[in-house]
Design a protein around this ligand. Structure first.
Ligand code: PLP
Length: 300
């Protein structure tokens, strides 16, 4: 049976300061955000009723808007409170939270100086991003055709809708070949990230991960690096070349949605799901749970 489309779920959505029924949370066709990609968003998860790193996500949302040249007309405290209210109103404890901000309809052209900035927050129940059985055996990645852009081409630190255009194209291409996702190189041809998650490799007991100089430095990425270091595992941020992929023993991706997910193959190169990955999966699961203060402290 097909899943219910997202516009047909039930409940309420926080929309510009008030709650509206799910089916009424609409915007006009002539919205700048839709035509020109002037939209930023967040992806967050609540575990046991607590939104993990809620403040960090809100800061990134506000900064993303600023990088696109607009100020979201709500303070961080107001947005944090609105997310909590949305969760409570939806009676959700384990959920995905999607704040999204966009330029409205006052001007319809490249220039949109006078457009109202809108903010909406939706929350829904959402299990693991990748299917659980896939998660345990590791996912398979293809190599994407598109590359993460040069920082002089786009504001790469923004979680901006426009930057996802090449991610969807790349993910669709990978899926059509039977892969779960795609690994993207950057504009220089260095290993960058998956279409919605950061990537890590393991060799000789150390973790290697690309320096986030042209892609999102994920909140999960930072958390997992802290967790690994708390375990005494060396974490090396550096340039990783595609020729190196076959020399690594293990690989995994991280993201709010993906959490810590092992990778079993990148375009023909296979990886084991080893002890370090299993430990980090467990540590991350423990860190996001509200009842684990010690690990949360280690997770920064
Ligand atoms: C392109 C991309 N890279 C990395 C990440 C990981 O970011 P985070 O851990 O903050 O969710 C995401 C997910 O938001 C993403 O979409």
């Amino acid at each position: 049976m097909a899943a219910t489309p997202f516009d047909q779920l039930s409940g309420d959505i926080w929309y510009d300061g008030t709650f509206v029924p799910w089916s009424d949370a609409k915007l006009h066709i002539l919205s700048h955000g839709l035509h020109y990609g002037s939209s930023v968003f967040e992806g967050e998860r609540a575990y046991g009723g607590r939104i993990f790193k809620s403040e960090a996500h809100t800061e990134r949302l506000l900064e993303s808007g600023r990088m696109l040249g607009f100020e979201i007309p709500w303070t961080a405290d107001q947005i944090n409170a609105a997310k909590e209210e949305t969760l409570a109103r939806m009676q959700l404890t384990d959920a995905y939270i999607r704040p999204v901000a966009w330029r409205g309809s006052e001007m319809m052209g490249i220039s949109a100086q006078k457009n109202t900035i809108h903010l909406a927050i939706a929350a829904w129940e959402w299990p693991s991003y990748f299917k659980p059985e896939e998660r345990l055996k590791g996912i398979r990645l293809d190599l994407a055709e598109y590359r993460r852009p040069d920082p002089q081409t786009a504001p790469y630190k923004a979680k901006a809708a426009g930057l996802y255009m090449i991610c969807t194209i790349s993910k669709h291409a990978a899926e059509s070949k039977g892969y779960t996702d795609a690994l993207m190189l950057d504009w220089r041809g260095h290993v960058a990230e998956a279409t919605g998650a950061n990537v890590f490799f393991i060799k000789d007991g150390a973790i290697h991960t690309p320096t986030p100089d042209c892609f999102l430095n994920g909140i999960t990425r930072q958390t997992v690096m802290d967790l690994a270091r708390a375990r005494g595992i060396e974490v090396i941020e550096r340039t990783i070349l595609p020729e190196e992929l076959s020399g690594f023993e293990q690989c995994f991706v991280t993201g709010t949605a993906a959490e810590v997910t092992p990778v079993s193959e990148i375009n023909g190169t296979t990886y084991q799901v080893g002890e370090i990955i299993k430990t980090l999966m467990e540590d991350y699961d423990a860190a996001v749970r509200p009842e684990a203060p010690a690990l949360q402290a280690a997770a920064g």
